[in-house]
Design a protein around this ligand. Structure first.
Ligand code: EPU
Length: 337
């Protein structure tokens, strides 16, 4: 097992930001994580690099999670249980489950990144979050030097959040997710809570959609709105949709009747960050080489040659304008390395 020195991280993050890893090791089997020679090095766990802002050179051992493998582990009267290695590509995994006749993940089609990274920020789209379909996660704990399972409740999933995103877990490389098991119920019903999806299916004249029809509709919607990271480097939504107290949302709605508001179970209200950013004048606007995408203002894009500092500058300018105009704080979705 040979670590490489001074590895360029530009092709390994979807914002294409420059930075070198002092040491880099590709992990293709869980046992590699237990090697004594990497036990005490400061480290960072890298997945698909699609939720990451590289801010410069990284003086750590970067462990690139590339563990492959996907299989049906169990089937009972109610559900299929599917296991995937952390390094599998998320979208390919979703399409494979659909081809096998195990629906349930179709609403999460075309999200960039790896299966192992999906639970960390509890990826979600079109009315579904990965935590809704997850049975358990297996991770290696570098401090306890042991693999440990975490069930769904233990993952403490919330909106774009989980146990693994907490300081001291993922961020300092304490744990590395090695595999994930999904529970996909046999009783399938289409999840079409989103107008974007129902409209796309209507346009395709699909009245009773199959899981693959829903996947295809979502792929089409995403391709229309969101830039392909291979063409225009980005990390998807750059900010969380802010969740504010009900009275603040009511005051904002009174002043701005078109503001999209989504009431939450706890009484608070989620606001559409993309709308706030667009109204603040940032849709399609750049500051240096970094701007907000012209078809979806929540997506920060690298127009070419940007560095982590350029990203921080645009981020701060957008945050300041939205705060000044609406009194709402925007927090970034990606992890800063
Ligand atoms: N909107 C605007 N202007 C914009 C962008 C959006 O007015 O430039 C408005 C839309 O018209 C709509 C509302 O804001 O009324 C919400 O927009 P959209 O449906 O595009 O979704 P979003 O809230 O911006 C969230 C997720 C996405 C996910 C979509 C679909 C977050 C931070 N983002 O985006 O997730 O794909 O919903 O479910 O929750 C990601 O996290 O990287 C991501 C892409």
């Amino acid at each position: 097992m040979q670590a490489h020195n001074n590895v360029d991280l530009t092709p390994l993050n979807t914002l294409a930001l420059p930075g070198k890893a002092t040491r880099y090791l590709k992990i293709t089997a869980p046992e590699q994580l237990a090697a004594p020679e990497i036990a005490n090095e400061p480290r960072f766990i890298l997945g698909g690099g699609s939720n990451l802002v590289v801010t410069g050179d990284v003086d750590r051992l970067v462990l690139h999670m590339a563990i492959p493998g996907k299989r049906l582990v169990k089937e009972d009267a109610d559900a299929f249980y599917i296991e995937s290695g952390a390094g599998e590509n998320w979208h390919d995994f979703v399409q494979w489950t659909l081809q096998q006749g195990w629906p349930g993940l179709e609403n999460l089609s075309l999200i960039p990144g790896t299966v192992g990274a999906a639970p960390i920020q509890n990826i979600g789209a079109y009315g579904l979050e990965v935590g809704d379909c997850l049975q358990s996660v297996t991770a290696w704990d570098f401090e306890k030097r042991a693999f440990f399972p975490v069930d769904r409740a233990g993952c403490r999933f919330a909106y774009r959040d989980s146990l693994f995103k907490q300081e001291g877990w993922h961020l300092n490389g304490r744990v590395a997710i090695t595999s994930v098991v999904f529970r996909l119920p046999k009783a399938w019903t289409p999840n079409m809570a989103y107008a974007d999806v129902t409209q796309e299916l209507a346009a395709r004249q699909v009245a009773t959609p199959t899981p693959q029809d829903i996947a295809d509709a979502i792929i089409a919607v995403r391709r229309r709105k969101l830039p392909d990271p291979a063409v225009v480097p980005n990390t998807g939504s750059f900010f969380h949709n802010p969740v504010v107290p009900a009275d603040q949302a009511a005051a904002l709605k009174a002043a701005h009747p078109k503001l999209p508001c989504y009431p939450q179970a706890d009484g608070r209200v989620k606001l559409a960050a993309g709308w706030l950013i667009e109204q603040a004048g940032w849709k399609g606007k750049d500051l240096g080489p970094v701007g907000m995408y012209e078809k979806q203002a929540l997506v920060l894009v690298n127009r070419g040659g940007a560095t982590g500092d350029d990203v921080k500058r645009t981020m701060a300018a957008v945050q300041a304008d939205v705060r000044d105009r609406f009194g709402v704080a925007l927090t970034p979705e990606p992890i800063f390395l």
